[in-house]
Design a protein around this ligand. Structure first.
Ligand code: SF4
Length: 236
């Protein structure tokens, strides 16, 4: 049984947001109107969050890609009163949309703000409806949604491996964000396989887990750039 995890190398990430667009397209996430976006009401399962370093006026900023971290000890699950969210045998934290009553306790429980309340009635006018991914549901207004590690891709990869009469191999299953990253900053795979690329990166001295002191045990690792000297990003 695999335990799916991810490593995001901040030394390679150029903050191009290809992962954000790929996730939006793959998972039928609607684009909100511009006036709502200007108010910060953007629906997105993976975001590039700004991290500031230094003291004013010598501030540096970099952008850190942040999907749901699929914590091994997820606080979001504990607070759901209707059991609309859970963690499966492979460690992926899922959301059961028909059960969700939109109370948003889980969005408060997540210390990484990685859950999105779908306040927007999804609209895909004209030909946009033809571009929807048939393997992913279009969620109704009023539910909380989040990254699934493109679980539908795992199902498809399993079927293909079964048809070829072979076990699932490393690289058969990649979420859209990992597949599209042009700089190869996102590595995905089985953390329980010591030979996998992601497990090796998780043991890298540059690897760290966000807010580790909380005990949430994220399965998404970030790799620090090394000594941050303000060489990239905005500076004032
Ligand atoms: Fe839950 Fe947030 Fe952890 Fe994802 S990152 S498993 S939403 S606590």
């Amino acid at each position: 049984m695999a335990r799916w995890g991810m490593a995001i190398d901040l030394a390679k990430c150029s903050a191009c947001q290809a992962c954000v667009v790929a996730c939006q397209s793959e998972n039928n996430i609607p684009c909100v109107p511009p006036e709502e976006a200007r108010s910060g009401r953007i629906l997105s399962w993976i975001s590039l969050l700004p991290e500031l370093e230094g003291e004013y006026p010598r501030l540096s900023m970099r952008l850190v890609p942040l999907p749901c971290l699929h914590c091994d000890n997820p606080p979001c699950i504990l607070v759901c009163p209707v059991k609309a969210t859970g963690i499966n045998a492979e460690g992926t934290v899922h959301q059961i949309y028909p059960r969700c009553i939109g109370c948003r306790y889980c969005t408060t429980g997540c210390p990484y703000t990685r859950r999105m309340f779908n306040w927007y009635k999804p609209e895909f006018p004209g030909d946009l409806a033809l571009a929807l991914n048939p393997d992913v549901s279009v969620r109704p207004k009023g539910v909380v949604e989040k990254c699934t590690l493109c679980h539908h891709r795992l199902m498809q990869a399993r079927e293909e491996a079964k048809a070829a009469k072979r076990p699932l191999a490393e690289g058969d299953y990649l979420p859209a964000c990992a597949e599209v990253c042009p700089s190869g900053a996102i590595t995905f795979g089985d953390l329980d396989d010591p030979a996998s690329a992601v497990a090796q990166l998780a043991r890298n001295p540059r690897a760290f887990r966000l807010l580790e002191d909380l005990g949430t045990k994220p399965k998404v690792f970030h790799l620090a750039e090394g000594e941050w000297s303000g060489g990239r990003g905005n500076q004032t």
